[in-house]
Each structure stands twice: as C-alpha cells, then as structure tokens.
Design a protein around this ligand. Sequence first.
Ligand SMILES: Cc1cc2nc3c(=O)[nH]c(=O)nc-3n(C[C@H](O)[C@H](O)[C@H](O)COP(=O)(O)OP(=O)(O)OC[C@H]3O[C@@H](n4cnc5c(N)ncnc54)[C@H](O)[C@@H]3O)c2cc1C
Length: 478
Amino acid sequence: MTEQQRFQLRRDIPVENGYDLLVAGGGPAGTVAAIAASREGLRTLLVEATGALGGMGTGGMVSSWYCLGNNVHSMVGGIVVEICEALYERGAIEPGRGPEQWQRTKRGFGFDPEALKRLLDERCDDAGVEVRFATRVIDAEVSNGSGGESSRHTVRGAVLHSIEGYSFVAAKAFIDATGDAALAERCGVMCRAAGRDTERIMPPTLCARVTGIDFDRFDRRRDQQAGVDRAVSDGFFSQPDRHVPGIFRTGERDGILNAGHLFAMDALSTRSLSNGYAQGRRLADEYVRFFRRYLPGCEETHLSATAALMGVRESRRIVGEYELSWEDFVARRSFPDQIGIYCKQVDVHVYDTTPEEYARFEREFTEAGRPADGEYYGLPYGILVPRGFTNLWAAGRCVSTDVRVNGSLRDQPGCMLLGQAAGTAAAQHVAAGEPACALNTRTLVATLRARGANLPQKRLADTMTRCPPTPPGAERAR
Ligand SMILES: Cc1cc2nc3c(=O)[nH]c(=O)nc-3n(C[C@H](O)[C@H](O)[C@H](O)COP(=O)(O)OP(=O)(O)OC[C@H]3O[C@@H](n4cnc5c(N)ncnc54)[C@H](O)[C@@H]3O)c2cc1C
C-alpha cells in the first residue's frame, strides 16, 4: 500500500459522531469504566476485540479474585461490590465463599466466567452502554498544542476495524483499557514497554479449564510443592520450572489451571505471541498430565479448554502524571487525590528457572511485597492520566506504575477500581470541561465516595499529586 493509498483510506472511512466517550477494551477495567460513565450520563461506546466482556477474567480464564479486603476492612466499593453481590446471588461463585470475601478478608473466590459474561452484558445494557464486539481500536487522531498551556494534547477520534471495515469514531473523551496501552501508544503517549524499557519481560501463562478434581482429597498447600519438586527431579516437565501451579476452584469438580510460564514471550510482538499460544496449549496438556500423575485427588483430571486470550502479565504501561513506585508501596503511602486503595502482595513471576529467581519471587510475595493485615497503599488520580492529555485516561493493567507495583495492582479487583475512577473522571471532564490533566480531584473524590468507593483519606486536594517524569529506559536502572 502506497503512502497515497493509506491517506485515501483514512480520508474515505466513515465518520461516526455523537459519542461522549469511547472506551477501548472490555476487560474488568474497561467494562466498569463504561458502566460508571454511562450512569453519569455519557453516551458511551465500549469497543471490545473479542466477543465477550470480562477480559482476562472470562476470555483469559483467570476466574478468581483475591484481596478485596485486607483482613481488617474492605478495599473495594461501588461497582466492584455490586458485581460480587450479583455473582453471589446467582450462585456463580465458589462453594463456601460469600460477602466476607469482599467485606473483609484477603481470601478471595473463584467464579463462573460464563455467569460473569452475562452479568456484564446485562449491566452494560441497563446502564445504556453501547457495546461493539469483534472490533479493535487500531489508530487515533490527536491534536497537539504548541507550547505552554496549549502544549496539551487532545484526542479527536479513534480508528476502529471490524468485519465492516474501518470507521472513525469522534468523541469528547477516551479511555484506554486494552491492558497493553494500545490506544495510548497510537496517541503518542510516552509508554514503558516490557523488554524495551525493562531488563526482561515477566512471563505470561495460557490458562485452561480443567474438570474431574476431587477437592475433598486435593490439598494444594500440602501436596503441590512436593509434587512439583518430584516432577522436576524426574525430568517430567519440558522446562524445570519449580513454580507451584495455581488451581482456582470454580465448581464442584471444576477449576481453572494457571500453570506453565512462557519465558521471554513478548506480548507486543505478534510472532512471539503466536508461538506463545501454541506453546501455552502444549504446556497446559503437560500440566494436566502432571496433576494426574503426581497429585492425590487429581487422578481423573481432564483438560476441557485452553483460554482464547493469552494471560499477559506485563506488556506496556503509560507514563502518567504520577508514576506509582515501589517506594510508595513500601511506605503504604496515602494521597489526598487517591481514587482507590489496594493491598494485594507483589506478584512478579520468575523471569527464569534459577534458584535466585525463586528466592526473589518468594521474598516479594511473602515478605517485602506483602502488606500486613490492615495495611493498604493509595492510588493517586495521576496514574490514570497520560502526561499533558486533556481527554485521555488509562485504566487497568496499563496505568502508570513501576513493575513491582504493577505486580500488585494488575489484579482484577484493582483494575475494576481504576475503571470506575476513569469513567467518573471522564464524566466530570465532559460535564465541567475540566481537562484530564487539570481535573478538580476534590470533586472527583466526592463523586466516587457518593457512588460507594472506599476512599478513607481525610485530607483532600483540588489538584492531583504529580511526580517528575522519568524517561522510558530509566526503569532499567531501578
Ligand atoms: C496468568 C494470570 C493469572 C492471573 N491471576 C489473577 C487472579 O487470580 N486474580 C485476579 O484478580 N487477577 C489475576 N490476574 C490479573 C488480571 O487478570 C489482569 O491483570 C486483569 O484482567 C487486567 O484487566 P484489564 O481490564 O486491564 O485488561 P484485560 O483483562 O486484559 O482486558 C483487556 C481487554 O481489552 C481488549 N482489547 C485489547 N486490545 C484491544 C483493542 N486494540 N481494541 C479493542 N479491544 C482490545 C481485550 O480483548 C480484553 O478483553 C492474572 C493474570 C494472568 C495473566
């Protein structure tokens, strides 16, 4: 395609007007953002590449939520709690778990992903969100100011691709909830890419659904590490990975298998991603054979399906007006403009199979990176806002944090909190004309509290907390 043809394509594509907000990505963050914004009165278009909402929680088969509380009080409120309660009322969460899970404890629950898909369809419908499935955001048009106050950047519209071809959607506000900062990157936002701006890439896992587990006999804590160690010594696995695989119970004899690392896979490279899917399916089969052979209660375990969405832990994040750091996490820092609080431990999976890596993982997971009971850290508004943008926010896994904080915050409850905040901020922007990068955070916090968000800070501020920019690449030195 020549330069001229490309220009022609851009000029001729149909333009859609009339939306206040376009949300890219219908995962936990994007779906909650769209519901929140639509309830505030925005005409909202939610664009999802696959055929269902829920992202990793449904298409990725990661059907479990943890750390909705810190063993003393709840971390969550608003739409997150509403979704938990609805799943519970429908009998769609793990047997024996209930409101205690989102009112107080760290111990979470597995859920039925099909029930979540339907619930999110219904909630979007009730809120008036227009959902467009099988459609991908592939580009954007941005106007860039030139100097001073006007050096701010404004997104004019996004280019979508679907079976109908291309279309250009103009809107007043945009939220990137793609997990990969795909929209932000097309808007020219400064981003940190795993493997480019970090030493290495945290490995993904292709999750799978398994059946036939006798949960009365299967004791994860008692048997699993010993089983893995024996299998590694026997040379059973194709790679000597001593990480204990996860099984989340989702039904009487059903569970989700989170097992097998795809070391060095790069989710931002289609070739690497394609190889990863094939290798992930092979590993899922290998782990099911491991369960049958080595673990009591799993003799009749079968693989029902592997996930349609790759389980990406790290790909690309925006560099925001604030970048939440390990130092903030360790200090359990609170912010006057915080739009959420969270308490999940740091979960940065092993980069390779050396003993040093397992020791590093264990240290972070169980000691330095684990908030004690009752502790939490704050999520300042600025982690949602790409620097200098007037009408663009990130929500979910691609917000502005360092790698270790991302290893805590990327869990679905955290992503949903961020989604509600981004959707509410977009509504404030449209109603009051306040730029994203200069939004009144006192007003935002008041609205979020009124919608049930759990924001315990006593001191408030009109403007967001900012930090000096660190250029991409600087993270290598950290
Ligand atoms: C193996 C693994 C295990 C995990 N275990 C847990 C766990 O036990 N509990 C927990 O809470 N969390 C867990 N997580 C983390 C969590 O699932 C994800 O980090 C979280 O789902 C991220 O939410 P998100 O909304 O930011 O992105 P995603 O869930 O990734 O959703 C992004 C959505 O955007 C869509 N999309 C992407 N690009 C485009 C585009 N250009 N246009 C349109 N749509 C697009 C995708 O199809 C997807 O639906 C796990 C993650 C992994 C990988």
